[in-house]
Write a protein that binds this ligand. Structure first.
Ligand SMILES: [Zn+2]
Length: 430
């Protein structure tokens, strides 16, 4: 059987053998997919289409554990704004039309896909439109409707009831799953957060919320409830092994103990936190034994959705805080830790989503792929990605839509949005 170059891989390639691969964390060098099941072997085999993987590496797909992909409107206009959430996000978001959201999501989703991310955990208003955009590109998503009844862009209790109906009558593909998303401790009432937490528990759904994301949120929650945001979330039943608590920038030592005791996973978004306010105490999370995962957050407070770049930033900051650099620890954070809160196996397994990376002379020699992937590669070396058994990235290009079409849809909506929002707000923003 003829051995092909990996550049000859196509969307029709189902059963395959790829030999001479550098496979993350494994000693085998041959990856085989037969009847939809992935396996690894030491001896070269010849099952299905046979490819030579020399000069390539393979990892599970990356998971971005916290984003708001539709917030592309905020790119470049938010840096160094004070109280960015209250002064910029909420006023603009209250003028965004839900039918714009799919097109507004494409810049983030395309960059994520082209840089090795296969799964997005997203939190936004009118989330069904974001789910449709994720679905269109063939990605995997855990999406939630942002719910807030005492603050935010659209304060409303009714949105939660509509969200419950949407979850119970789920219309998106099996690759896109619902999660429960209270906005934050200062925008959701005690009654509503308790109700949402109970619903998540009874339905075995992930709860994904901003928590202690700013000093302002900490102070507002303390003045209303006489509790820290973490104490408030705990009291409402919102913490636990299926919960993702995002940021914890203003968390105290006793808050960190509550997070640890509850088994909650913390999402660290280092670039976003630094641009917005300051880095969370990541060294304390890790020394307390808390499970940490990484997200990029949105284009308002992070200019990139490249998870390799974010993992490198996280690693350097951790070294700065602790004096230690551990590629093994960062790989646990990237590929193992998302499994528990998302109830989804994020590591290599027979049905896993995976990425084949180009490892050219630029990143040679590779003595340790775990280290090389984070410190020498960049996300755009992702060449081929498979999600749910389908090739969604081939030779660095998305396969489910053309970039030209997505760009045209985005530009049309961006132009409408600029005009409409500036007219409504009587203010020049872009
Ligand atoms: Zn966020």
């Amino acid at each position: 059987m003829k051995t092909k170059s990996l550049t000859e891989l196509s969307t029709e390639t189902k059963d395959f053998t790829i030999s001479n691969l550098n496979i993350l964390g494994r000693s085998e060098t041959c990856a085989v997919r037969q009847d939809g099941k992935l396996s690894f072997h030491s001896a070269p085999l010849s099952i299905g289409e046979v490819f030579n993987g020399t000069g390539h590496s393979m990892s599970p797909g990356l998971i971005n554990s916290h984003t708001h992909v539709a917030m592309s409107l905020f790119r470049d206009i938010s840096h160094s704004q004070s109280e960015m959430i209250e002064n910029l996000f909420f006023p603009i978001e209250s003028n965004i039309k839900k039918e714009w959201l799919a097109a507004l999501s494409y810049p983030a989703l395309v960059q994520a896909l082209k840089t090795g991310t296969t799964t997005i955990v997203d939190h936004y208003y009118s989330s069904a439109f974001i789910g449709k955009a994720i679905d269109r590109l063939g990605m995997r998503g855990f999406i939630g409707e942002t719910i807030a009844d005492i603050g935010g862009a659209f304060p409303s209790k009714e949105t939660w009831q509509k969200t419950v109906d949407q979850i119970e009558d789920w219309s998106l593909s099996s690759r896109v799953s619902p999660v429960v998303c209270p906005h934050a401790s200062d925008t959701v009432s005690k009654e509503l957060l308790s109700e949402m937490a109970l619903f998540a528990k009874e339905n075995c759904l992930t709860l994904h919320m901003h928590l202690s994301q700013t000093k302002g949120e900490y102070e507002r929650t303390k003045s209303v409830h006489n509790m820290s945001p973490v104490q408030f979330a705990s009291k409402c039943g919102a913490l636990g092994p299926n919960s993702l608590a995002v940021h914890l920038v203003s968390a105290t030592d006793s808050d960190i103990q509550i997070i640890k005791d509850s088994g909650t996973t913390v999402v660290s978004c280092p670039s976003s936190q630094i641009i917005y306010e300051k880095l969370a105490p990541i060294e304390k999370f890790l020394s307390a034994g808390i499970s940490v995962v990484i997200g990029t957050d949105c284009s308002a407070s992070n200019d990139s959705f490249d998870m390799i770049s974010e993992a490198k930033t996280f690693s350097l900051l951790l070294k700065d805080r602790t004096g230690r650099l551990s590629a093994d620890k960062v790989h646990e954070i990237l590929f193992k830790n998302p499994s528990i809160p998302l109830q989804f196996n994020s590591d290599f397994h027979e049905d896993c989503d995976f990425v084949i990376w180009k490892s050219p002379i630029d990143v040679q020699p590779i003595a340790n792929l775990k280290s090389n992937l984070i410190f020498s590669h960049n996300g755009y070396l992702a060449q081929h990605s498979s999600i749910d058994g389908n090739w969604v990235l081939i030779n660095g290009e998305i396969t489910k839509a053309t970039e030209k079409d997505l760009m045209s849809e985005f530009e049309t909506v961006f132009s409408q949005a600029k005009t409409s929002i500036q007219t409504q707000m009587r203010k020049k923003i872009w």
